[in-house]
Design a binder for this molecule. Structure first.
Ligand code: F3S
Length: 288
């Protein structure tokens, strides 16, 4: 039986950069906070907690914190998904050092929507309204902004007459669905500027998971329960391979493989550390 890892799997560039930032900051001896969990992976967050990293869950919690007693003694790290502009202001007003680990690809979206706002454009964010990345992007819009994620919502969208629009997407949004939504706006005759801000890391991970799942007898998808990109990988793999398992850690894996299994494929979401992927790979190799 062969065990094969998808060509692209696990931490993407932005998440690796953010997690590395936390480890670097820990070396400084400051009190370290992250604004929200640094990645959508409970094991990683737990490991960091054990090293003293504290998570500020939301704006209310941040607002309720006492100002830093001694300048330079505590830092708040912004995670790869980014945050609304006002969060930076609150962090600084409390005297914390603000360490920005927003992924540069997300930062680019913040800049695009900020500029669009100054040009008087109505910003359309194609993405999941409940996702922190989308909330962050919204927090950089200075004028009208609409978040939508379905073709129906695009069909129903009505803006003020003669209003120019600027369309961006959540980095993890499905490319074909984004194109479809953009076409709806174009058919409706909007004067728009469209920036495809979907990140390649997502496309590559999805493409290589699909290729592997199509040839695998069993597919294992590793990632956090709350990670939207991992859930998408699971959806894609399930379509290609009926025996697809979604696991968070090795403990969730209860495989009983029939003898006929020739190939077990493994892929992992953008928040899954290499260490965990290797553990699963080794476990399957040794035990089956
Ligand atoms: Fe950045 Fe793309 Fe990852 S936007 S956080 S490199 S999925």
């Amino acid at each position: 039986m062969e065990v094969k890892l998808a060509e692209c799997a696990g931490f993407c560039f932005g998440v690796k950069r953010a997690v590395d930032t936390v480890y670097e900051q820990l070396k400084t001896g400051k009190t370290i906070y992250t604004y929200g969990p640094i990645v959508h992976n409970e094991a990683v967050v737990k490991e960091l907690e054990e090293k003293g990293v504290q998570v500020i869950e939301n704006k209310e919690e941040l607002l309720a914190m006492s100002p830093v007693a001694q300048a330079g003694s505590a830092a708040v790290i912004i995670r790869a998904h980014g945050v609304p502009r006002e969060i930076y202001d609150i962090i600084e007003s409390k005297g914390f050092e603000c360490v920005d680990a927003t992924c540069p690809f997300v930062k680019r979206i913040h800049k695009i929507v900020e500029k669009a706002g100054t040009e008087g454009k109505h910003v359309i964010i194609v993405g999941n309204p409940g996702h922190p990345e989308v909330e962050g992007i919204k927090g950089w819009c200075q004028g009208p902004v609409t978040i939508l994620e379905t073709p129906e919502e695009a069909e129903n969208f009505v803006s003020k007459k003669d209003e120019n629009i600027c369309i961006v997407s959540q980095t993890t949004f499905n490319y074909n669905k984004f194109q479809y939504i953009v076409e709806i706006f174009q058919k409706k005759g909007y004067n728009d500027s469209v920036v495809n801000t979907i990140c390649n890391a997502t496309e590559e991970r999805q493409r290589s998971a699909k290729v592997l799942a199509a040839e695998a007898d069993v597919m294992i998808v590793i990632g956090g329960r709350h990670s939207s990109n991992t859930r998408k990988l699971y959806e894609i793999c399930s379509r290609e391979c009926a025996n697809t398992y979604f696991i968070q850690t090795l403990d969730d894996l209860h495989l009983e493989l029939p003898k006929a299994v020739r190939l077990v494929g493994i892929t992992a979401g953008a928040s899954t550390p290499n260490k965990l992927i290797e553990e699963v790979q080794n476990y399957v190799r040794i035990n089956f």
